[in-house]
Design a protein around this ligand. Structure first.
Ligand code: PEP
Ligand code: MG
Length: 572
């Protein structure tokens, strides 16, 4: 029977494919007495052999598709699964205690994991995580359950998950993963943001995707209307195929604007830039006519690995982006870790409110080695293009001044070491905490630019967790409370002759764009895939008319009233 789930449209587009459940299987085990230790030993050896064959295949494919360094993880797993120091004690336990293989494996492996984790040595700690992974694999074979591995799928699928972390999302294979849907998450959770930049249609916050969808079900992800269809009728599939076709035709129309400037009907130019997470995203920026990079989320360089990136690794990434943008502006944001972006290897204590906690600039000002390494890499890369540096989560002027002073110190050190650093590097801040928006006039005297981070600014202003689908109605970018703050920030920048951009998701929103044009925003930074649509929209708008509209909506009372007013004005 066909079922429809409603969720939050997180990434535009339509995908039709078979479901692939990305759900951790239940691997809990119980102690059991067995009758034949010989049979049990044979069962254990068989599970080990299957795991070995499987790991070898994954290793070879990883080497081919992801490179030798990613394959090395599986080499380490292969060593563990063949290690007599681990296998011997498990087999002894099965024989001497007449217990089931699952329990003997779990108990022995846990003992080794605890031992390695307690060692004060990074290498040994990593071995603990290898043993944990291998144990999971062998256990899954003993229990007859499957461990999903989406980076290795070989057919077109739609991922079904309770939630996806940003690093899960980064590892999705773009060739085969056609869409995804999750039980939880909001429009500005980072997996949703990444789905947009990867152009993977997504619906998040469906509450019951994992409960309703089985492996192999035919699924339609409608990322335009926020719907997920499970085992749809042939008529529904046909209609969606037509819609998919119409959507592609519309995209082809927008694509004609790829080399055009972004100019309103009455000749006002704005800059349409892209948000990126890795140098790999540059291709999308160029293909979509991005006039710059308005936000490079550098934290993704630090994810999906087990140690901090070195100064040289970072230098190479920043240089690649600066060179790739050919002298066009590139705003690089310093490390913004925390909230939903975790770095397990930093081993930070769990917090009650991670979005309000020890994160981003707060962490960088404390863990200065990490911060200084990044700043040095950035300064060294600065000679390869038009670099602007931006600090995230600035709440006070003191934080900005401290961060700026550290940057200056590193610059002086590099210069005295004979290193070339660009003469002028603009230095700006994310305005994403209400205190900073309110104090924008003071900040504007000291910074070179602002970039308004509405994903956080809205969550902090409305006191509504951006990850929580239950309160997603409070993500209200058109609420006059938000628009008034945005206006304050833009006006404050202009009063001091500085520029103001926006890199939150609101900058690419069709209802917000007319208002932001009217409020005088200079730079709009969005998922690369939204740029051409935004350029087309702006070319149809008059800046003078939008100024009037923006001023008039500031006095309306609700998000919906503003939305209606914009729709009426723009579609008249
Ligand atoms: C924002 O908060 O609006 C922003 C652009 O940063 P992030 O989404 O990475 O928190
Ligand atoms: Mg933010």
């Amino acid at each position: 029977m066909s079922t429809i789930l409603k969720g939050i449209a997180a990434s535009n587009g339509i995908a039709i494919a078979k479901a692939y459940r990305l759900i951790e299987p239940d691997l809990s085990v119980e102690k059991k007495t067995i009758e034949s230790t010989g049979d049990e030993l044979a069962r254990f050896k068989q599970a080990v052999e299957v795991s070995k064959t499987e790991l070898q295949a994954i290793r070879d494919r990883a080497e081919k598709e992801l490179g030798a360094d990613k394959a090395a993880i599986f080499d380490a797993h292969l060593l563990v699964v063949s290690d007599p120091e681990l296998l011997g004690p498990i087999e002894d336990k099965i024989s001497s205690e007449s217990i089931n293989a699952e329990f003997a494996l779990k108990e022995t492996a846990d003992m080794f994991v605890t031992m390695f984790e307690q060692m004060d040595n990074e290498y040994m700690k990593e071995r603990a995580s290898d043993i944990r992974d291998v144990t999971k694999r062998v256990l899954s074979h003993l229990l007859g359950v499957q461990i999903p591995n989406p980076s290795m799928v070989q057919e077109e699928v739609i991922i079904i998950a309770e939630d996806l972390t940003p690093s899960d999302t980064a590892q999705l294979n773009r060739q085969f993963v056609k869409g995804f849907t999750t039980d939880i998450g909001g429009r500005t959770s980072h997996s949703a943001i990444m789905a947009r930049s990867m152009e993977i249609p997504a619906v998040v916050g469906t509450k019951e995707a994992t409960a309703s969808i089985n492996n192999g079900d035919l699924v339609i992800v409608d990322g335009i209307n926020g719907e997920v269809h499970i085992n749809p009728t042939p008529e529904v599939v046909e209609n969606y195929k037509k819609e998919f076709h119409a959507y592609n035709e519309q995209k082809a129309e927008w694509a004609k604007l790829v080399n055009e400037k972004s100019v309103s009907r009455d000749g006002h130019h704005v800059e349409l830039a892209a948000n990126i997470g890795t140098p790999k995203d540059l291709e999308g920026v160029i293909n979509n006519g991005g006039e710059g990079v308005g936000l490079y989320r550098t934290e993704f360089l630090y994810m999906g690995r087990d140690q901090l990136p070195t100064e040289d690794e970072q230098f190479e990434a920043y240089k690649a982006v600066l060179e790739g943008m050919n002298g066009n502006p590139v705003v690089v944001r310093t490390l913004d870790i925390g909230g939903d972006k975790e770095l397990p290897y930093l081993e930070l204590p769990k917090e009650m409110n991670p979005f309000l906690g020890y994160r981003a600039i707060r962490l960088c000002l404390e863990e200065q080695d990490i911060f200084r390494t990044q700043l040095r890499a950035l300064l060294r890369a600065s000679q390869y293009g038009n670099l602007k540096i931006m600090f995230p989560m600035i709440a006070t002027l003191g934080e900005f001044r401290q961060a700026k002073a550290i940057l200056e110190e590193e610059k002086q050190k590099l210069v005295s070491e004979g290193m070339k650093v660009a003469d002028k590097i603009e230095l700006g801040i994310m305005v994403e905490i209400p205190s900073t928006a309110v104090m924008a006039d003071t900040f504007a005297k000291e910074v070179d630019f602002f970039s308004i981070g509405t994903n956080d600014l809205i969550q902090y202003t409305m006191a509504a967790d951006r990850m929580n689908e239950r309160i997603s109605y409070l993500y209200q970018p058109y609420n006059p409370a938000i628009l008034r703050l945005v206006k304050m920030v833009i006006d404050a920048a202009h009063k001091e002759g500085k520029w103001a951009g926006m890199c939150g998701e609101m900058a690419g929103d069709e209802i917000a764009i007319p208002l932001l044009l009217g409020l005088g925003l200079d730079e709009f930074s969005m998922s690369a895939t939204s740029i051409l649509r935004a350029r087309s929209l702006i070319s149809k708008l008059s800046k003078a008319e939008m100024e009037e509209l923006a001023l008039s909506v500031l006095d309306l009372d609700t998000n919906d009233a503003v939305k209606e007013a914009v729709e009426k004005a723009v579609n008249k």
